[in-house]
Design a protein around this ligand. Structure first.
Ligand code: MLT
Length: 343
């Protein structure tokens, strides 16, 4: 029987699956020092996006075989340190596609129609119909940055709202894009032409800060920006300044450079709609993510290849045939990140 530490809240379905065969300890909100102590005797560590799994924690996990990220982004896990110690990192890349696409679309509607501002104003006893006049989505251009699974789902919803959709993603062919009814553009063209831009790319050293002061200055005046991907893709002060000056008409932000983001500058502007990293917080996505990672933790503890390994070199030769498509996907993702950063 192995010992498994769950360091962020995950759905009960996943915990139940693990508890049937192993000792499961759920301890959330631990500091780095507390985690260093807590991982000393565990074989598996399960996190969401809150816990930073640092090299120090991985080093302290002398018996650690697997780190499971119940979600997509692994930017909170030091994957290099895990790989160096032979610890497999797995994630749940399919679990929250629809939830995240729906949330990004919800933010876009909220920003276009000032829905949260209307609620706060009315609840404060005001009736401000002219001040809160918005814009329609129909007939507007949506720029999707990163046309992966989530970006493609947002694009299909935008088409149902009669929007023209353009996208930047160097690894999507023109043929596939036109089958989806989407025109492919350079990143500069997307920012120059779009009325709304929505970000759906991973955070890497290359994509960090890609929505910079310079890029915002070159954007179409009146653009609205949605981010339900990762906060650090955007220079937050530059976005605040661009909204304040009116060059950017508004923004819908679910993710922040540091979380919890209480007091973050983007939470202080009236024309920026904010939510506390809720995109994947649905019953459906959380159940799927918890089960997807729990199954993979069991796979690794029982010597089988996991479905979604992130650091493939740690997986043994026998498993390579099974995971070959994921190796290719990881390489493509790396190239996309580089291209995105180069704009
Ligand atoms: C993810 O990367 O899966 C999302 O940010 C969801 C989350 O873990 O909160």
């Amino acid at each position: 029987m192995a010992k498994i530490l769950i360091a962020d809240s995950i759905a009960k379905e996943g915990i139940d699956l693990l508890s049937r065969q192993h000792e499961v300890v759920v301890k959330t909100g631990l500091s780095e020092d507390a985690l260093v102590e807590a991982v000393a005797d565990v074989q598996a560590l399960v996190v969401r996006s809150q816990t930073q799994v640092t090299a120090r924690i991985i080093e302290a996990g002398q018996h650690l075989e697997v780190i499971a990220r119940a979600g997509v982004g692994v930017d909170n896990v030091d994957v290099e340190a895990a790989t160096a110690r032979g610890v497999v990192v797995v994630n749940a890349p399919l679990a929250n596609t629809i939830s995240t696409a729906e949330h990004a679309f919800g933010l876009m509607l909220a920003v276009a129609r000032n829905i949260p501002q209307g609620q706060s104003s009315l609840k404060a006893g005001k009736w401000e119909r002219s001040k809160l006049q918005g814009v329609e989505l129909a007939g507007k251009t949506l720029g999707v940055v990163g046309l992966g699974r989530i970006g493609a789902e947002v694009a299909s919803r935008a088409r149902a709202f009669q929007m023209r959709v353009i996208a930047f993603d160097p690894f999507v062919s023109m043929e596939r894009a036109s089958a989806l009814g989407i025109e492919m553009k350079s990143l500069d063209e997307v920012f120059a032409e779009a009325d709304f831009v929505t970000l759906h790319t991973t955070l890497t050293p290359e994509t960090r800060g890609m929505i910079s002061k310079e890029r915002l200055a070159k954007a179409r005046k009146g653009i609205r920006i949605i981010n339900a991907a990762r906060g650090a893709l955007i220079d937050e002060q530059a976005l605040y300044d661009a909204v304040e000056s009116g060059h950017v008409a508004g923004a819908g932000i679910d993710v922040f450079s540091e979380e919890p983001a209480v007091g973050n500058i983007l939470t202080t502007h009236d024309r920026i709609v904010v939510t506390p990293h809720l995109a994947a917080s649905t019953n459906e996505a959380q159940d799927r993510a918890a089960v997807d990672v729990a199954e993979q933790v069991l796979d690794i503890l029982e010597g089988r290849a996991p479905r979604f390994p992130v650091n493939v070199p740690t997986v043994n030769a026998e498993s390579m045939a099974i995971i070959a498509p994921y190796i290719e996907a990881a390489r493509v993702a790396g190239r996309v990140a580089m291209q995105l950063a180069q704009g």
